[in-house]
Design a binder for this molecule. Structure first.
Ligand SMILES: [Zn+2]
Length: 293
């Protein structure tokens, strides 16, 4: 089945689909709209980078739960896909089932959290951290039940992202982000820079927001990390004495296409909105750190 046909088929099956066609590859984003199966307000968008000739594929953040995840893989007709996970939050890996025969690639920190090696990790992230005062979005009970069934995940499923070699020209970087051990993917296609940037920004109900998680590092640091990664993406300069970090931030700077964990962000149309949010958040954070110093 061609990609165009597969997209139509997915739409018939209650998926919201976005697609980008480049000379060598197609990128398909799939979001589960089925309210009896999805993760409610936490449903993510799973991205598939597909070579239409060979049907080889790279999957970023498999988040379609249960049988519907297998259905997506079948409809796309992809062969031997490799999956990657951008951060350890449940919405970015719960649909790993169809991809578990290959290794799943993510940062070492995510592997440690998901396999229970990171001290207190699972309880802190999923039972307390995820559902603290900052997170007013309701998580359906079925998702919490999934977590109880799945965690800790088998360490044999995973491999560090630094070991991933693939044919799609995607480079992965570990950088500060919404969580510790966040992974960014960057590729060039038809002269365009495409950035997969986890949950740095979230759009929902027509609102744009930065969702701060205090799972591990102190509050101020999490906000600083968000801002540090967000500023170069929107063409704003950052100051850091860390040369390696500066180099990585340069790599994610000024993308033409920004694919966030919960859907694409229209940079051209909504840049100003994002910049205002980033600067306001930075200003607020500076005020807080001044008063607590
Ligand atoms: Zn998410």
């Amino acid at each position: 089945m061609s990609i165009d046909k597969a997209v139509k088929e997915l739409e018939k099956e209650q998926f919201w689909v976005v697609s980008y066609k480049f000379e060598k590859y197609s990128i398909i984003g799939v979001y589960d709209k089925d309210e009896t199966n999805n993760l409610g307000p936490y449903q993510n968008m799973t991205y598939f980078i597909i070579d239409e000739n060979s049907k080889k594929a790279l999957v970023i953040d498999p988040g379609v739960r249960g049988k519907r995840g297998y259905l997506v893989k079948k409809i796309l007709g992809i062969k031997d896909p490799t999956a990657t996970v951008s951060h350890y939050h449940v919405d970015h890996w719960i649909g790993y089932g169809p991809y578990k025969n290959n290794r799943i690639y993510t940062s070492q920190f995510c592997i440690d959290v998901l396999t229970g090696k990171e001290e207190e990790g699972i309880v802190k992230v999923f039972k307390d951290g995820r559902l603290n005062w900052g997170h007013t979005r309701q998580v359906p009970q079925r998702v919490l039940d999934d977590l109880a069934d799945e965690l800790p995940l088998n360490p044999k499923l995973f491999w560090p992202i630094s070991k991933l070699k693939n044919d799609f020209g995607v480079e992965f970087y570990e950088l500060p982000g919404q969580t510790q051990g966040s992974v960014y993917g960057c590729m060039e296609a038809d002269g365009k820079k495409i950035l997969f940037a986890n949950d740095l920004l979230i759009e929902g109900n027509g609102q744009l927001f930065i969702e701060i998680h205090y799972d591990f590092p102190p509050e101020g640091e999490v906000i600083r990390n968000h801002i540090l990664a967000l500023k170069p993406i929107f063409g704003l300069s950052v100051k850091t004495g860390d040369k390696e970090l500066r180099g990585l931030l340069k790599k994610i700077a000024n993308p033409d296409v920004l694919l966030l964990g919960h859907g694409p962000f229209d940079i051209k149309r909504n840049r100003d909105k994002a910049v205002t949010l980033i600067l306001e958040t930075e200003f607020g954070n500076n005020l807080v750190s001044k008063h607590t110093r």
